[in-house]
Design a protein around this ligand. Structure first.
Ligand code: UDX
Length: 454
């Protein structure tokens, strides 16, 4: 079906945004937070989503939901690497997305498409239907500049890392070390490079680039993106979750029992432990995490997500662990993380440093113990510990005595206190950026202005 913007006879009464998230928790969250925010500013919202990991429409009674059949299963996702899955998604979404959008255009005008930057296929569809497109980047500005610098260094033959040790600093992109390079150890570096090229190519014709960050945290990286990387208008409107409180985008059921448990703990004593929606571990790692937490003797709230151990649906905790930690610990399968981090009893976050988790921790003033799993998380962990100085990194995998030592350092020792002060200052920066006249507030106004002008 060929329907173009030329067929849109009337301008829409209420500007209508079509929003397409990547179907993973860390991407769905910021996209639906942005949608909620724009809806509160008077825009009409249609979410086009894959039938894999669909958001729950009943949480958004004011949005219109349109599913895309892509035939992806949990099993497929588990057996493939992230880059392959993203390529499969881009291939399988293009035709149904074109079809859905064409049908929507028959019912009325669409003002603009807002998609995840990794959905590069949307360029072709938007061009065919003559619709403007705005992109959302769900990672940090620092990650975007790191990738751009790496590309340039490699092109010019200036990145010679083959003979270095993992801990060797890369002088051109301090404070990153060889082991922090996001694409190091990739199963297929060529397909990762191709994905990057496809994403960059598709960015060229976009009208604007929205980022879930704020100037008071990433001003240097944001300036570099504006000057050297993407000439299009850039809107740093984060932290998005703070602008849309109460919106629930969770794919898993959040267990609120932990909030009552937190109420019973003393202020800033609990370490919250969660490694996001996709990191997975060996059985041995879980045993070390468990005993490290138990031996630290600090209260802990631990998210043990089903499927987070290679090859197992559920996680067997070691014998004796539950008896030893009954008084001190609480375990859930999935938590209301933003509320947990905002709870006064929480004094530390042991995280994999996905961008949402990192941002949520900073904006709630909680210092971090960092354990990155892949890609951008390595960069975030290094910035958390060596640039923003709001956390420390566990460097040598999972070892119970190192975990015990690190948890105590973060929670009760002077180093943790200093990190808590630094993160408190960044939390205030975030609030200043969000307030009227602040950079995120103003960026949001400019974004709305841009969309209204279409
Ligand atoms: C992924 C990548 O890891 C991340 O680096 C990238 O920037 C986005 O995609 P994910 O691994 O899921 O995301 O981590 P993260 O970005 O931290 O997102 C997890 C989200 O799930 C957070 O918003 C967090 O609040 C939420 N969450 C996590 C819960 O609601 N409950 C939990 O128990 C754990």
């Amino acid at each position: 079906m060929e329907v173009s913007r030329d067929m849109q006879i009337q301008a829409p009464k209420v500007p209508h945004l079509v929003i397409l998230p990547i179907p993973f928790q860390g991407h769905i969250n910021p996209m639906l937070q942005l949608a909620t925010l724009l809806h509160s500013k008077g825009f009409s919202i249609t979410i086009i989503h894959t039938d894999y990991n669909s958001p729950n429409p009943s949480n958004y009674p004011n949005f219109n939901f349109e599913p895309l059949p892509v035939g992806l299963s949990d099993g497929q996702v588990r057996t493939k690497d992230l880059v392959t899955i993203l390529c499969i998604l881009n291939d399988s979404c293009q035709a149904p997305f074109h079809d859905r959008l064409s049908r929507l255009l028959l019912d009325g005008p669409v003002t603009c498409i807002i998609t995840d930057e990794l959905f590069y296929f949307t360029k072709a569809v938007a061009d065919q239907l003559k619709l403007p497109r705005i992109l959302l980047g769900t990672s940090s500005a620092t990650f975007a500049t790191t990738m751009a610098s790496l590309k340039l260094l490699r092109q010019n033959g200036l990145l010679s890392i083959t003979d270095g040790q993992p801990n060797t600093l890369i002088p051109e992109i301090p404070p990153l070390r060889i082991k922090d390079i996001p694409d190091i150890g990739m199963i297929d570096p060529d397909s990762f490079e191709q994905l990057g090229a496809d994403v960059l190519n598709a960015m060229r014709s976009a009208l604007g680039y929205v980022m879930n960050t704020f100037d008071g945290l990433e001003s240097t990286a944001l300036a570099k993106i504006r000057q050297d990387i993407h000439p299009m208008p850039l809107f740093a409107v984060g932290p998005l979750y703070k602008f849309s409180p109460g919106s629930s985008n969770s794919l898993l059921t959040q267990d609120y029992s932990c909030m009552a448990w937190l109420d019973k703990q003393a202020q800033q004593t609990v370490i919250y432990v969660s490694f996001g929606s996709s990191a997975s571990f060996d059985k041995r790692d879980v045993v070390e995490i468990a005993w490290g937490l138990a031996n630290s003797n600090q209260p802990f709230l631990w998210v043990v997500r089903p499927g987070s151990i290679h090859g197992h649906d559920w996680v067997e905790l070691p014998k004796g662990f539950e008896e030893k930690t009954r008084e001190k610990g609480h375990i859930v399968k999935w938590a209301p993380q933003q509320e947990v981090l905002a709870h006064p009893s929480v004094g530390g976050f042991w995280t994999h440093n996905g961008w949402n988790s990192t941002l949520e921790s900073i904006c709630e003033g909680v210092p971090m113990l960092c354990c990155p799993y892949l890609l951008d998380q390595n960069v975030h962990a290094r910035y958390v510990s060596h640039v923003w100085r709001v956390g420390m990194q566990l460097e040598n995998g999972f070892d119970r005595s190192e975990i015990e030592w690190a948890v105590r350092k973060l929670m009760v020792e002077i180093e943790g206190k200093e990190m808590r002060e630094c993160v408190g200052a960044l939390k205030e920066n975030a609030m200043r950026c969000m307030a009227k006249g602040g950079s995120s507030y103003e960026s949001l106004e400019s974004l709305i202005h841009l969309i209204m002008s279409l």
